[in-house]
Design a protein around this ligand. Structure first.
Ligand code: XCC
Ligand code: SF4
Length: 621
């Protein structure tokens, strides 16, 4: 069983699930074996009803679909559709936040006042909006309008791409992949992958980069920046992590999903005296709101809310038998949750009109009336405490402290107001480079093992790690987000971390907050007068599984950063597509993918890449 995870809490709860006769993702993965080889290679097409078609990977069967599409076309089309889906998910999240800002500015969402006026003004100025002598409301209204316009903009390119160095933007223009409207790129990708439209794999992959860039420098960036304006820009914060944050004697609530519009207000609603009194009446000593996955990261970054775990622990939280409610919105929520909740007393409460789950209770969330709905949802959880079955409760004791909250602003503050100390450390070689480590868990791989092994190797080699999403949670659970973890780092990085009293792995937020990493990368490049592709940077998604991760990988290489994938993407059915992504792309866009399942070997690739970039910059390898 230890091959399933390196996390002790996870292993204990997998065992309990077995005892309770509950099926988990790992069991369903076994039931899926053998998984479809055509699907794994990406050579299955269902884009029209002459199909489904599949290409024989051994060359003994058909080498085209009914329409004549070959493996290159089919693999590239499938990849583009995955990117479009991932970009759509991140960007629709961004749109939701923009709509909330709009409602707030119009006075229609009084539970969402603007928390960071300085950031509002800074972002508005970026959009060319006059801030001098105007009210917060006026500025917010104009900014929200301008941001909503980015989804279908007529001006021909997105605003936030101007953060990128001029060299990068010129390259995007030259290649014709400057993202135009956010919705436009997703729609065009769906159009191009319709039967009989774009059939050239290079052209399809370039559109994939453009669509992904509209996510990273568009939808995700909007989600991050506007969330900071509405909910506050993260500052260094401490908290605790892993399933041991659940409390035997409290009403336990798991916030799972992605959009802080829901999770942030629930954190405040849970402080309501009436609800607390009701909880006490039912014998609970309090209400314990905990996060899970990215929405957990949102409230962790801003409020230090305890974090119950990452992607593969969502089912396990219910298996503790101690969770009154799992409150979900969108993305990464396993449809299995209501079934598992059926074996315990847990209520799964869905809140988004976009994401309904058979077997869950649906309480539509409404930003115009947020606090009221939040309290209504919490009341359901509090009432459910009376239904807890003591004999089924077993909370693993495993918990770990973390330090998080490294927004770009917080990072700058830690560095004394400018990036110069970091740039100097890069120049001197005390910090050799920076790695962004992001993404999910995947039951095909031992949970957290690749994240942690990869990251430990990097910091040993004086590579500073910035992390988001479930990768960051893996680090939190293992103590890697504590300043003391710098003891595991190489001498140079250790000294830098000790000097600043920061961990060697900086938690920068949820997956949309990878836009924070892009912003830092762009700022360093601009400060040095070079392109992002010239910097000693790497990206990695050691255990990725979601389509959002595909979009992330594509915008990271599109931004000029070499990216290592730890799980194999479904592209191997086309030698041409695989070669373009893992080698040809370098000449086109200045970065490429590598696929490496072994995290130690992956770290070697990262170290080597960073050394190479240092030499090209004239720095000591
Ligand atoms: Fe989802 Fe964002 Fe992946 Fe985690 S890391 S499993 S996408 S929650 Ni984003
Ligand atoms: Fe088959 Fe072509 Fe239709 Fe795809 S688009 S299902 S390859 S006929």
């Amino acid at each position: 069983m230890s091959e399933k995870s390196v996390d002790k809490a996870t292993l204990k709860m997998i065992k309990k699930a077995g005892d309770d006769n509950v099926k988990l993702a790992w069991d369903r993965l076994v039931a899926q074996q053998p998984q479809c080889g055509f699907g794994q290679l990406g050579v299955c097409c269902r884009n029209c009803n002459m199909g489904p078609c599949r290409i024989d990977p051994f060359g003994d069967g058909p080498d085209t679909g009914v329409c004549g599409a070959d493996a290159d076309t089919i693999v590239a089309r499938n990849l583009l559709r995955a990117i479009a889906a991932g970009a759509a998910a991140h960007s629709d999240h961004g749109r939701g936040i923009a709509a909330t800002l709009y409602a707030s500015a119009r006075g229609e969402a009084r539970d969402y006042p603007i928390k960071d006026e300085a950031k509002l003004k800074a972002v508005a100025t970026e959009f060319g909006i006059v801030v001098e002598g105007r009210s917060v409301q006026e500025i917010a209204l104009e900014l929200a309008g301008a941001v909503l316009e980015e989804f279908g903009t007529k001006k021909g390119s997105l605003q936030f791409i101007n953060r990128a160095p001029v060299q990068r933007r010129e390259l995007w223009d030259k290649l014709g992949i400057t993202p135009r409207g956010i919705d436009r790129e997703v729609v065009e990708s769906m159009h191009r992958t319709h039967m009989g439209v774009d059939n050239d794999y290079t052209s399809l992959i370039l559109q994939g980069l453009r669509t992904a860039l509209s996510d990273g420098w568009g939808g995700s960036c909007i989600a991050t920046e506007l969330s900071d304006i509405l909910f506050g820009t993260p500052q260094p914060v401490k908290g605790v992590c892993n399933l041991g944050v659940l409390m035997e004697d409290q009403v336990n609530i798991i916030l799972h999903g992605h959009e802080p519009t829901l999770s942030d207000i629930i954190v405040f609603a849970a402080r309501d005296e009436e609800l607390l009194a009701e909880a006490r009446q039912r014998g609970a000593s309090g209400i314990n709101v905990c996060g899970m996955c990215c929405t957990g990261n949102e409230v962790l970054m801003r409020h230090g809310v305890p974090l119950a775990g990452n992607f593969l622990q969502q089912e396990l939280a219910i298996v503790t038998g101690a969770v009154e409610a799992v409150i979900v919105d969108v993305q990464c929520i396993m449809p299995s949750l209501p079934q598992i909740a059926g074996c315990y007393h847990t209520k799964v409460i869905s809140t988004s009109p976009k994401a309904k789950f058979p077997g869950a209770l649906h309480v539509p969330f409404d930003e115009h009336n947020a606090m009221e709905v939040a309290k209504k949802i919490l009341r359901l959880a509090v009432e459910n405490y009376s239904n807890r079955r003591r004999e089924k409760v077993s909370i693993p004791s495993d918990r770990m402290e973390y330090m998080a909250g490294f927004s770009v602003e917080a990072l700058l503050a830690a560095l004394g107001g400018t990036l110069s100390p970091l740039i100097d450390a890069l120049k001197s070689g005390s910090v050799k480079g920076i790695a962004g480590v992001v993404g999910c868990n995947n039951p095909k791989y031992r949970q957290d093992y690749s994240h942690l092994t990869f990251i430990r190797e990097l910091i040993k080699n004086d590579i500073l790690v910035v992390a988001t999403g479930c990768a960051a949670i893996a680090c939190a659970k293992d103590g890697m987000l504590l300043p003391g973890a710098a003891d595991e780092a190489g001498e140079g990085l250790k000294a830098v971390c000790k000097g600043l009293n920061v961990p060697p792995v900086l938690h920068m937020g949820s997956c949309v907050d990878i836009s924070r990493i892009l912003t830092v990368a762009a700022a360093i490049a601009n400060a040095l007068g070079v392109d992002i592709a010239d910097l000693p940077l790497v990206g990695a998604a050691p255990e990725w599984m979601s389509e959002k991760a595909v979009s992330i990988g594509a915008y990271v290489i599109g931004s000029g950063i070499f990216t290592i994938l730890g799980t194999v993407p479904p592209v191997l059915g086309s030698k041409n597509v695989a070669a373009l992504l893992t080698s040809g792309a370098d000449e086109v866009i200045g970065a490429k993918f590598a696929v490496e399942e072994d995290p130690v070997a992956a770290a070697e690739l990262a170290v080597k890449h960073i050394a190479g970039k240092r030499v090209s910059l004239g720095l000591k390898a």
